[in-house]
Ligand binder design. Structure first.
Ligand SMILES: [Zn+2]
Length: 210
């Protein structure tokens, strides 16, 4: 999953519960847009209006309304006095098709009894241990484990194709006015530099309609 923040330098006082005031930073007007690459020809996109401003609640709403899968999303961050992150993480629990009302009620109950996920992570719990604490050890069976990593599928080639897609006039302007171009990935902040020669190559591609 990748996301980006347009204005990352936001700092507010803690909210009434003594927590980071995410709602105030995110706001309660706007839309949550999700773009999914399912390996098909086109991306799957879904949008819901922001209802909460608290990210986990809005994701819950998105999954329930747009994807129609009853879901529980928990997110938490503990911040040190110097604003570095002490602990952060979360989980998503979704019910399988055909889950009984009994299961859903039990889930809701367990989730409302659970302490904040940021505390669980701060205590050093592994993802497996968090699930066992939330759902009850006897209710969990691990089917598979996948590694997570900070990585992005952007590349210079992808950005180059995007520049070609802008069309001849835009590219010519970049060559004449800036003598090159710089593109920064919204998701990982990687910067890609394109020289005048790169752009002249793109211009040829755009002209030939490639
Ligand atoms: Zn990237």
């Amino acid at each position: 999953m990748r996301g980006y923040i347009t204005h990352p330098n936001v700092h507010f006082d803690l909210n009434e519960q003594g927590k980071l005031d995410v709602r105030r930073a995110v706001g309660t007007e706007g839309t949550l847009s999700v773009v999914k690459d399912l390996g098909l020809r086109d991306f799957f996109t879904g949008q819901v209006p922001i209802v909460s401003g608290e990210i986990a609640e809005d994701f819950t709403q998105y999954l329930t309304v747009s994807e129609q899968v009853p879901s529980a999303v928990a997110l938490g961050v503990l911040v040190n006095p110097d604003n570095t992150i002490k602990a952060s993480g979360g989980f998503i629990i979704q019910v399988m098709p055909g889950a009984t009302d009994e299961t859903i009620t039990l889930l809701e109950q367990k989730l409302s009894d659970t302490r904040p996920v940021s505390r669980q992570i701060d205590d050093g719990l592994s993802p497996e241990q968090i699930l066992e604490e939330v759902l009850g050890e006897e209710n969990v069976k691990f089917i598979d484990r996948l590694p997570v990593a900070f990585e992005c599928n952007c590349s210079k080639e992808r950005f180059g194709n995007a520049i070609i897609g802008l069309g001849e006039n835009e590219i010519r302007e970049m060559i004449e006015e800036d003598g090159g171009a710089e593109a920064q990935c919204h998701f990982c902040n990687e910067i890609y530099d394109f020289s005048k020669e790169d752009l002249e190559g793109f211009l040829k591609d755009a002209q030939s309609g490639e």
